[in-house]
Write a protein that binds this ligand. Sequence first.
Ligand SMILES: Cc1cc2nc3c(=O)[nH]c(=O)nc-3n(C[C@H](O)[C@H](O)[C@H](O)COP(=O)(O)OP(=O)(O)OC[C@H]3O[C@@H](n4cnc5c(N)ncnc54)[C@H](O)[C@@H]3O)c2cc1C
Length: 328
Amino acid sequence: MRAFAYTRATDVSGAVAAARDPDVKFLGGGTNLLDLMKMGVEHPGHLVDVTRLPLAAIEERESGLRLGATARNSDVANHPLVRQRYRVLSEALVAGASPQLRNMATMGGNLMQRTRCAYFYDPTFAECNKRVPGSGCAALQGYHRMHAILGASEACIATHPSDAAVALAALDAVVRVVGPGGERAIPIVDFHRLPGDTPQLDTNLRGDELITAIDLPALPFGRRSHYLKVRDRNSYAFALVSVAAALDLDGQGVIRQARLALGGVAHKPWRVAEAEQRLVGQRPGDGAWRAAAEAAVAGARPRRDNAFKVELARRSIARALATTAALT
Ligand SMILES: Cc1cc2nc3c(=O)[nH]c(=O)nc-3n(C[C@H](O)[C@H](O)[C@H](O)COP(=O)(O)OP(=O)(O)OC[C@H]3O[C@@H](n4cnc5c(N)ncnc54)[C@H](O)[C@@H]3O)c2cc1C
């Protein structure tokens, strides 16, 4: 592991100023970055710890709820307003990692965590366009059971590992960031990128920008929301497929609005607007769930070993929607 300098940021402007140096990386809970440094995947010369910045609050606002970027995953998951109003986010956070990791991990770091593709994580593999642009993608012919079925490219078929980001996509969250040019707001669906020809870029955040908060717009039907994560073992494993769903039912029980996002299937949280549209005006039931599931996987392009994910996604969507509809 390369030697590095460590400093604690005491104010946001100082942290942003430090990050003008491309050798600087922000340090949240360190649960992903330090692993990547130990593995030799990332090698910043200077870590700027942002966890002492006053960015940990979870605040109710007129427009919804603001989650500070350094709020710990467990504090967000257990917050009464998150549990009541944005149930899907609380469930997604609790479905991730382990209690010890959730106690360390921050919301900003969670969004920025990197793929779990084995070829990315292990520098002894020469081919990985995400780690070494232009070197190729070993996963195309190699181990790709966990990999993307939607939105992938010939350069990269990795998936995004965050559970919380999938729930945030369904909730239309907005990521607030600050950089040398001031503040900007990035809708979560535009925050993460598809791989295209530049799989080394996971997000549209610039290297000198700090995430300060995540805004959750008010969502009157957020109580009727649910996160389903399907994985090889029931705890402490990344998603094969996950589903974040929310449903708004009118007085007659007809679906007025729907939110649906998938995890484990693409390089970014996969919001499926077509599937949501199929649900509007329908009564809850197998027919509606099947139509939405078909729309959600319509563009799927599985590989040799991950074709099972297409059917798994269909079934997971149907199950998640049925569970969501049954919530009161
Ligand atoms: C064994 C294991 C199992 C896991 N299982 C799951 C799982 O099932 N589901 C899941 O979703 N996650 C899982 N995780 C990942 C875990 O959720 C992430 O490691 C964690 O959320 C990262 O947060 P952090 O604060 O520790 O980030 P760090 O490791 O500190 O940083 C990660 C990245 O974010 C950047 N960063 C941090 N804060 C900011 C900021 N404010 N602004 C800009 N950039 C920032 C850092 O520079 C770095 O690039 C697992 C992790 C481990 C180790």
